[in-house]
Design a protein around this ligand. Structure first.
Ligand code: ADP
Ligand code: ZN
Length: 722
């Protein structure tokens, strides 16, 4: 018998010993019994000697034969994540493995090592199916013009396998066991700045170097990624590309598929089916997939020949996981690139201040694309409109109203942008001023007019609007604040003949909704768009030439030191929506604080000016990136229980000298789902000290937990929502 230490997905800071008649290599996936339940674990190491009774060691129940052992590199990455994010190794592994591999049902690898296309006989013999048989036609076309794997063909036609079997029997197919690498057809010559960026990156292939590619939307960053990717793929290496979910659009994917046609691509996002995810995971780990594109989770895909990592929109908040293993995909990606000795490119129009600082201190190499790649369009003209003395109607001032009217009369398209925060419509009693709170959370219920419901945006509580005020019984309840729905209605009144469309999570909850809307806009059937963050991203609307920003000020009152950074990034992005085609666009920004430096930088469309100024402030206050930060969070049925526990621990441990502790304080969202939450911020100039402090807290909390099961805790290293 051989003893193995196995990482199991349980909240304990240790590995567990199991026996097996043969030696299992480290990285092997196994099924074991843990507290009488079958669980999947990963072999971490072998043990020579036991410090307890060998008779008590349970056997490994099963070895997952279809999955090769996870590599040393992969295991090192998990060791790093567990250490760095102060999270038990077994649970970190659990968070990184796809569901399908963690399933006790076992995993069976699908055979897809074949690629298909029509041979000459097939091309002449198989007649073009009628276009009304949409999928059949698409399959026929694919077999005609490309050479795809079964997996790819199944995405085109679910019954592709049966059809192929038939064609193969008829002798119509050219079947290959290696893909036909056709790759990289490009219509463009890179411009000078793009060429420089590409050359710099290509010069570092096969060694670690981090690049920050800074350029506004449309400056051609994606083309630079593609050009470098082409080289890496041609060398037979793999590429990992991380994007925020919202940027993983069908448009981008078809751009990738056309460009890298013949290279196996795996796409991974929140909608990817569990089965597909685990198949792709294993395929990537066998080196069968050349290109992995996905959201933060894909950073854990094992890739033995990794040659390049791209992180697009690197500043995006969605790269940080907010529960369980609280990793930052960009930072894990940086670690991974170092380990794999390959370059990593972080791209953004508004880099995070962490990355900007890394570029300033030469840890990253800065590459800039200063202009839009495909048009002469000039930057939008931003006007700051001081509304501190103007009357507002539904949050809109008269000059803005006039501008919208005029633009409509002249046939332009306008975008009315609301910063979502502080804008949710809350129902209030006009007689006593009472508002409705969520019973579970410290949040106001938000009024949803269409469904006539009150909803909590945190715990998703939903209830019908009450017929009268619960305090004074008056029946006159009216919304406060300006939600998108109310603006939409007001606009409809002011511009009765304009075609107005609202875009927010309510109106576009399905993928189809958004697609239909997109088509409608492209077909020129919209005059005014009203919406939130969703509209800031990605898409080009040629006729859009006026952007109105209604409430930017809210974010500047926030206690979060990152609020100005996020605000600037959003405003720059949304103002970039104006005038993407020939005409220069206009941006009107309403504010009560016309002198605020954030707005001045926006007028100049100058990210660097903003970033440098903001970094100076961060340095003065010793905020990240000049110090590192970690939050220790505890929740309990009552706030004082949570705070007392943190208080007690803080008193009893000896923090390293250079670590400052702030709190305990209630979290901004103090009550969530009937639990009350408190936190302490730990801050230090050195990571080592910070982690030391974190580990002290962790140990103390673990020690306290078994005695007080109502408590729950979490540590959030490099916390983003301070
Ligand atoms: P970003 O990723 O910075 O938003 P893209 O790479 O998507 O920019 O490029 C924006 C647009 O410009 C795309 O439509 C792209 O096809 C086009 N484009 C990019 N580079 C060039 C180039 N060198 N010549 C002509 N068009 C280009
Ligand atoms: Zn709630």
């Amino acid at each position: 018998m051989y003893w193995h230490q196995i990482a199991i997905n349980v909240p304990l800071e240790r590995l567990f010993t199991y026996s097996h008649p043969t030696v299992l290599p480290a990285g092997t996936l196994v099924v074991v019994s843990f507290r009488n339940r079958r669980s999947v674990g990963v072999v971490w190491a072998q043990v020579e000697e036991l410090d307890f009774d060998a008779a008590k060691v349970l056997p490994v129940l099963e070895v997952l034969a279809d999955v090769p052992p996870l590599s040393r590199h992969w295991r090192e990455m998990m060791d790093f994540c567990s250490r760095y994010y102060l999270y038990p190794l077994g649970q970190a592994v659990g968070a990184a493995l796809p569901q399908g591999l963690r399933d006790k049902e076992g995993f069976v690898a699908q055979e897809t090592k074949r690629w298909y296309r029509f041979n000459e006989a097939g091309k002449t013999a198989v007649k073009e199916p009628s276009l009304s048989h949409h999928k059949k036609h698409a399959l026929w076309q694919a077999l005609h013009s490309q050479c795809l794997s079964l997996r790819e063909l199944k995405q085109i036609h679910p019954q592709a396998a049966a059809q192929l079997a038939q064609y193969e029997a008829q002798g119509y197919l050219d079947v290959r066991d290696t893909p036909l690498k056709m790759g990289f057809a490009t219509e463009f010559v890179l411009n000078e700045a793009q060429e420089q960026a590409k050359t710099a990156i290509v010069a570092t292939l096969n060694q670690f170097q981090a690049f920050l590619l800074h350029g506004i939307t449309g400056s051609g960053k994606t083309e630079v990624y593609f050009a470098v990717m082409a080289q890496v793929l041609a060398q037979g290496q793999q590429v990992l590309m991380l994007l925020p979910e919202i940027n993983l659009t069908p448009q981008l994917l078809s751009r990738v598929q056309e460009r890298f046609y013949g290279y196996e691509t795996a796409v991974l996002h929140s909608q990817t089916a569990a089965g597909v995810r685990s198949q792709d995971f294993v395929r990537a780990m066998k080196g069968e997939v050349s290109l992995v594109i996905g959201t933060r989770l894909s950073v854990f895909t094992p890739m033995p020949n990794l040659g390049l990592i791209v992180v697009d929109e690197e500043h995006d908040g969605s790269f940080k996981q907010q529960n369980e293993l609280r990793y930052h995909a960009r930072d894990v990606a940086l670690w991974r690139a170092k380990q794999a000795s390959c370059p990593i490119v972080l791209g953004s129009a508004t880099p995070s201040l962490e990355s900007w600082n890394n570029a300033k201190t030469a840890r990253f190499q800065l590459l800039s694309l200063p202009m839009r790649a495909n048009s002469q369009a000039t930057l939008p003209k931003v006007h700051i409109l001081d509304v501190s003395r103007l009357p507002l109607e539904h949050g809109v001032s008269e000059p803005v109203k006039q501008a919208l009217l005029k633009n409509w009369q002249q046939g332009g398209m306008s975008l009315v942008y609301l910063n979502r925060r502080g804008f949710a419509p809350v129902l209030a009693c006009t007689s006593c001023g009472h508002t409705f709170d969520c019973p579970n959370c410290s949040a106001k219920l938000v009024w949803h007019q269409r469904q006539n419901q009150l909803r909590c945006h945190h715990c998703d509580l939903r209830q019908a609007v009450p017929p009268f005020c619960s305090e004074c019984h008056d029946t006159d309840l009216k919304p406060l604040g300006q939600g998108t729905q109310r603006i939409e209605e007001a606009l409809q009144e002011w511009l009765p003949h304009a075609r107005i469309v609202r875009v927010d999570r309510d109106s576009t909850s399905g993928k189809q909704d958004w697609h239909d809307l997109y088509e409608k806009i492209q077909a020129d059937a919209v005059d005014v768009l009203v919406g939130t963050q969703m509209l800031a991203k990605g898409h080009d609307f040629a006729r859009l030439n006026l952007v109105v920003i209604l409430n930017a000020d809210g974010a500047l009152y926030s206690s979060d030191f990152r609020a100005p950074e996020h605000l600037f990034s959003q405003l720059l992005q949304v103002s970039g929506r104006a005038g993407r085609a020939e005409t220069a666009g206009r941006v009107l920004l309403q504010t009560q604080m016309p002198e605020h430096p954030v707005f001045h930088a926006l007028v100049k469309q100058d990210y660097a000016a903003f970033a440098n100024q903001e970094l100076a402030l961060r340095q003065a206050y010793q905020f990240p990136p000049f110090a590192h930060m970690l939050a220790v969070r505890v929740d309990a049925p009552q706030m004082d229980m949570a705070q007392n526990l943190l208080e007690q621990i803080l008193e009893n441990i000896e923090l390293p000298e250079d670590v400052s502790a702030f709190g305990p304080v209630p979290m901004l969202m103090a009550r969530l789902n009937q639990r009350e939450r408190a936190q302490i911020f730990l801050q230090a100039p050195s990571r080592q000290s910070l982690h030391k402090a974190g580990r002290l807290f962790q140990a103390a909390l673990l020690h306290a937990m078994p005695h007080q099961s109502q408590w729950r805790f979490a540590l959030d290293v490099d916390v983003q929502d301070a």
